[in-house]
Design a binder for this molecule. Structure first.
Ligand SMILES: OC[C@H]1O[C@H](O[C@H]2O[C@H](CO)[C@@H](O)[C@H](O)[C@H]2O)[C@H](O)[C@@H](O)[C@@H]1O
Length: 573
C-alpha cells in the first residue's frame, strides 16, 4: 500500500521549525508589500505575483517606500487601480529591464554539421527556427545592476547567459542543463561554457548554486546538475581548463548537498546505514516571488510554528524543481499537506550519484587520484543505498522514501517497506539516466517493462504522474521536457533492444507534440499535455509560459540523436 495512505491526520501535529533561515534584502521585503497590494487591486486572472517582485527601483528605496506609504494611507490600506498604476509607472522600471538582450557570441544561422540526421525538410526548417530561438533567450545583466545592485532583485552575473523565457526572466539552475544540451546541438560551445561560468560564480558567492539569479532565490538551490553540465561540455570540447575551474566549485557543491540539512540516515534490514539527500530550503516564510498566494494557502494554520513549517515545505518544493505536485503531498487532495522535507526523493539521489561519478571522472582528468578514488567509493556506497532504500522489486521501479515525522538528521531511521511511496511518478524512472544503472541490461529490461505498464506512457510522451490533481502542474496530464530527456537517454544508452525501441518511440512522440504545438501557436512551451498531441500543458499557480529554454534544448538534443527520415510524417498520428 502507498505510504501516502499511512499518514497521521495532521502532519504538523508535532511540527517544529528549527532549520536555518537566510536573511533577505529590504528591497525584497518592500516588493512583497507592493505585490500584496497588486493582489488586492487586480483580478486574480490578470495578475502574476512574480511581476511585482522583479520590478527595479528608479530612485532609492527609502524615498520609494515613503511615496508608497502615502498612497496606502487609506482606512483599510487599499489603493485604487489608478493610483497603483501611476505609482508603479513613476517609481519603477518594468520587470525585465534589468536584463538586456545580447547577441549570442557564437550563433550562426545554420551552423556547420547541424543535426545531420534530420533529413525531412519540414522538420529541418522547424529545427532551424528552434535553434534561432537562442537569439531571443540570450541576455546579459544590465549595467545598472552592476552599478547599483541595491535597486534590483536581479543578481549580477559575470557573462551573458540564457533565460527560460516569458516570466522566467533570469537564469535558472537546473533548466541550464537542458539549455546547454541544446546549445551543444546548436554548436554554441562558448555560450554553453558561459552558462557554467555564471553558475560557478553563484556557487563561489553563496556556497551553492541558487534556484535562480535573484535576491529572493538565495534561500535555496535546485536539482544539482552542474557536474552534468560540465561533463557534457567536456565530452564535446575536451576543454580541460573548464574541468580545472569547475572541480573546486563542484567539491563545494557536494559539501552543500551532503551537509546536515540536506541529508538523512536510513538504517536498512542488513544493518547498514545510508546517508541520503532530501530537499530542504533555508527559509520559513512565504516565498517572496509568490508571497501573496503563499500567505493565503497558509491561512488555515493558526499557529506560527505550523505556518513556518508549511512555508519551509513550499520553498523546499520549489528547491525540488517539481513545484507543485501530489508527489510531495501526504494527502493528494490537500495542498497544505506538502511534506517535501520528509521525503528522500529518488531523482535527487540519482543527481547526487551522478555528481559523485562526474567528480571522480574530473579528478582523474586533472590527475587527483585520491579524490577520484574517494568519489568512486561514495558512488558505490550510494548505489547500494539505491538498492536497499529506493528499489521496489515488485514494481520494478525506484520509489521515493517517506521519512517518519519529527526525525532529526543525525538519528538513523529504520527502513520500513510501508514508507516507500508506491504511487507512480515519472521520477521513479530517472535513475535509468545514471550509467551505473543503464549499463545493467537485465535491470533496464525489467524497468522498461514496468514503464510500459505504468500508465505514464501517453500519446505525446511521458506523463509526470498518474494523478490528475486539476491544479498541480507537475501531475497528469502534463509532460515536461527534462523528464522525457532523462528517461529516453537512460533507455537509449542501454544495450537492450527493447529499451532502445521504447526510447526512440517516446522521443518521436515528444518531437511530434512539440512540432504540432509550435505550428499551432508559433512558440515553444514550458510543458505539454501528453494526452493530446500538439497541446501545451496547464495548471499551477502561474499561467503556462512560452520560450522555452529546456523544451528547445530537449527537442534539439532528440533531433540530433534520433534524426528524422526524409519521408517520415511529422504530424500527430
Ligand atoms: O514562481 C514559482 C516558481 O517558479 C519557478 O519554478 C518553475 O520554473 C522554473 C523555471 O523554468 C523551473 O526550474 C521549475 O522547475 C518550475 O517549477 C522557480 O524555480 C520556483 O522556485 C518558483 O517558486
Amino acid at each position: 500500500m502507498a505510504a501516502a495512505n499511512h499518514s497521521p491526520s495532521s502532519p504538523y501535529s508535532c511540527a517544529k521549525d528549527s532549520g536555518p533561515v537566510i536573511p533577505t534584502t529590504s528591497l525584497v521585503t518592500f516588493l512583497e508589500r507592493v505585490q500584496e497590494t497588486a493582489f488586492q487591486t487586480y483580478e486574480r486572472s490578470k495578475f502574476d505575483h512574480k511581476d511585482f517582485i522583479d520590478l527595479s527601483l528608479k530612485f532609492d528605496l527609502s524615498t520609494t517606500v515613503k511615496a508608497f506609504d502615502e498612497i496606502s494611507k487609506t482606512e483599510n490600506g487599499s489603493v485604487s487601480t489608478k493610483d497603483f498604476e501611476e505609482f508603479i509607472g513613476k517609481w519603477f522600471k518594468s520587470a525585465g529591464e534589468d536584463l538586456v538582450y545580447v547577441e549570442p557570441m557564437d550563433f550562426e544561422t545554420e551552423p556547420y554539421g547541424f543535426l545531420p540526421k534530420v533529413e525531412n525538410p519540414e522538420v529541418r526548417a522547424w529545427a532551424l527556427e528552434v535553434h534561432g530561438l537562442w537569439k531571443k533567450l540570450s541576455r546579459e545583466v544590465s549595467s545598472s545592476v552592476h552599478d547599483h545592485p541595491e535597486l534590483h532583485t536581479l543578481l549580477p552575473l559575470p557573462v551573458p547567459g540564457m533565460i527560460p523565457g516569458s516570466r522566467f526572466r533570469e537564469v535558472y539552475y537546473w533548466d541550464s542543463y537542458w539549455v546547454i544540451r541544446g546549445l551543444l546541438a546548436s554548436k554554441m560551445h562558448e555560450t554553453a561554457k558561459a552558462i557554467v561560468t555564471n553558475l560557478i560564480s553563484l556557487l563561489d558567492t553563496y556556497g551553492y548554486v541558487l534556484n535562480g539569479a535573484r535576491a529572493y532565490y538565495t534561500n535555496r538551490s535546485q536539482p544539482p546538475l552542474l557536474s552534468a553540465m560540465v561533463y557534457e561540455i567536456y565530452n564535446r570540447t575536451g576543454d580541460v581548463d573548464l574541468v580545472k575551474k569547475a572541480l573546486p566549485a563542484l567539491l563545494k557543491e557536494y559539501q552543500f548537498w551532503n551537509s546536515e540539512i540536506h541529508t538523512m540516515i536510513i538504517h536498512d534490514a542488513e544493518n547498514c546505514n545510508h546517508s541520503l539527500n532530501r530537499y530542504y530550503a533555508m527559509w520559513n516564510k512565504p516565498r517572496p516571488e509568490a508571497s501573496a498566494i503563499d500567505k493565503r494557502f497558509a491561512s488555515k494554520f493558526l499557529n506560527v510554528n505550523e505556518k513556518q513549517k508549511f512555508y519551509r515545505e513550499l520553498a523546499s518544493t520549489a528547491e525540488s524543481g517539481w513545484d507543485f505536485s501530489t508527489r510531495w503531498m501526504r494527502n493528494p487532495s490537500e495542498f497544505t499537506s506538502l511534506s517535501t522535507t520528509t521525503i528522500l526523493p529518488v531523482d535527487l539521489n540519482a543527481f547526487t550519484l551522478r555528481m559523485e561519478l562526474d567528480i571522480a571522472f574530473f579528478a582523474k582528468i586533472v590527475g587527483d587520484d585520491a579524490i577520484a578514488e574517494d568519489f568512486l567509493t561514495a558512488s558505490h556506497t550510494r548505489k547500494k543505498a539505491f538498492n536497499s532504500v529506493f528499489w521496489n522489486e515488485n514494481m520494478g521501479q525506484w520509489v521515493d522514501y517517506w521519512l517518519n515525522y519529527g526525525a532529526e538528521p543525525k538519528e538513523p531511521q529504520t527502513w520500513e517497506a510501508q514508507n516507500q511511496n508506491q504511487n507512480v511518478f515519472a521520477s521513479n524512472f530517472v535513475p535509468l539516466w545514471i550509467d551505473l544503472f543503464n549499463s545493467d541490461t537485465p535491470l533496464v529490461e525489467k524497468v522498461t517493462r514496468s514503464l510500459q505498464s505504468s500508465g505514464l506512457l501517453c500519446a505525446a510522451g511521458i506523463a509526470t504522474s498518474l494523478t490528475n490533481s486539476g491544479h498541480q502542474c507537475r501531475d497528469f496530464p502534463n509532460g515536461w521536457a527534462p523528464i522525457q530527456h532523462m528517461i529516453v537517454e537512460g533507455l537509449w544508452r542501454s544495450a537492450s533492444t527493447e529499451a532502445r525501441k521504447v526510447a526512440r518511440d517516446i522521443a518521436e512522440r515528444w518531437i511530434r507534440a512539440n512540432y504540432v504545438a509550435y505550428k499551432k501557436t508559433g512558440t515553444m512551451h514550458e510543458k505539454y499535455n501528453v494526452e493530446k498531441c500538439g497541446e501545451y500543458g496547464a495548471g499551477g499557480i502561474y499561467r503556462p509560459q512560452t520560450g522555452f529554454g529546456w523544451s528547445n534544448g530537449v527537442v534539439l538534443t532528440f533531433l540530433e540523436e534520433f534524426g528524422w527520415p526524409k519521408d517520415q510524417n511529422i504530424d500527430c498520428n
